[in-house]
Design a protein around this ligand. Structure first.
Ligand code: XIL
Length: 359
């Protein structure tokens, strides 16, 4: 080999080794891996065959959660059989891309099939149905779903127990007995898959308020009495652009102090839209980015907060449009064409800066 050829080879080796590191844009996923935190998103199996959806998803996230595919109305569309098809698709995708799977959810007052909600079952029958559901679904996904939202949104805004088919309409046998039915679900869940982490997931209990006080009280009580619970999911669907960050941090810290993990489970920051579907104010994208930054930072800086998950990742597919009847939207870090919005940038910056906190 001539001297010149040797130089070319040496230079090539150096460039091959260095360039990918220096020019490859850091993804949320890489930054989250380095920070030692899970960065997840809710997914829709029907979209996994869309190339840009799938590539954006596996580039930016190390965890997925089916947005609907593991809920009763999908898994139990028919009373006499379990349909794991859509949930399995999500699990297969996650497996192929080295991502973790969060399961959502085993018990909720909403998103139940008609045959269940209108079935006029007795408490004994409902109890059997719920026991079978928890056992069957958790065993099917044992070893694949590492954490489950066992119970979703059982509390009302005053911290009381919300009316539900599982609680008092007619309930599984603990109507009027407060959180006893929640406790029962957690005990059945531990029995079904002892390895899975068991979460209580709740909306609007992220800052310090009556609901978050009630969540805190529930966890403290369960911990004291040995009722199995491993974590609290704080949904964080944010529709006001002035989050009380100090309250959120204090809330995460007090839950973590009880010995449970905290996951941010359904983060989105919806913005007001005009009748044409455009932003009312362009500045809102900056405000939105600021909120995403605060939430990510709050999680990274509080030990015990181990996952940050957005409720979808592209404005192309988000529940906000239909749930707000078009009045709000653009809630996620990528726009409808999968281009990063300012929020994507602030999440990335915080994850990158936060890498020392969690290690
Ligand atoms: C929403 C889904 O995003 C929608 O696709 C579905 O039609 C209704 O449910 N809190 C939860 C989630 O725990 O399960 C909800 O998801 C959003 C509010």
């Amino acid at each position: 080999m001539t001297t010149q050829a040797r130089h070319v080879r040496t230079l090539t080796l150096i460039l091959v080794g260095v360039i990918p590191l220096s020019v490859a844009p850091l993804s949320l996923r890489n930054a989250a891996d380095r920070a030692g935190v899970l960065m997840g998103t809710a997914v829709r199996p029907a979209q996994l065959s869309e190339v840009t959806y799938a590539t954006s998803l596996s580039r930016d996230f190390n965890m997925v959660e089916p947005e609907d595919a593991m809920k009763w109305w999908v898994v139990r569309r028919n009373q006499d059989r379990f349909d794991f098809g859509p949930g399995d698709e999500v699990v297969r995708f996650a497996h192929a891309h080295g991502m973790k799977v969060r399961g959502h959810c085993l018990l909720w007052a909403r998103d139940n099939p008609e045959w269940l909600a209108q079935g006029h079952f007795t408490p004994a029958q409902l109890s059997r149905l719920l026991y079978d559901h928890i056992a069957h679904v958790m065993r099917h996904y044992a070893g694949q779903v590492f954490a489950w939202d066992v119970v979703n949104e059982a509390l009302d805004e005053n911290g009381g127990v919300r009316d539900s088919i599982w609680y008092n309409r007619p309930g599984i046998g603990f109507a009027g007995k407060g959180r006893r039915y929640v406790e029962q679900a957690f005990r059945w869940a531990r029995e079904a898959d002892p390895q899975a982490l068991l979460f209580y997931n709740e909306a609007e209990g992220e800052e310090l308020n009556r609901k978050s006080d009630a969540i805190y009280d529930l966890v403290r009580d369960f911990k004291r009495r040995g009722v199995p619970i491993d974590g609290v999911g704080l949904q964080l669907h944010i529709s006001k652009l002035d989050l009380d960050v100090a309250g959120l941090e204090a809330n995460i810290a007090r839950l973590a102090a009880l010995g449970v993990q905290v996951h941010i489970t359904e983060l989105d920051v919806s913005l007001p839209l005009n009748p044409e579907g455009d932003l009312v104010s362009k500045d809102d994208l900056t405000r939105q980015a600021r909120i995403y930054r605060s939430v990510v930072r709050a999680c990274l800086e509080t030990s015990g907060c181990t996952a940050i998950q957005t409720w979808g990742f592209t404005d192309k597919y988000s529940w906000i449009g239909s749930s707000s009847h078009g009045f709000r939207g653009m809630a996620l870090p990528l726009d409808r064409a999968y281009r990063p919005k300012p929020a994507h940038g602030t999440i990335l910056e915080e994850l990158t800066a936060g890498r020392n906190h969690k290690r």
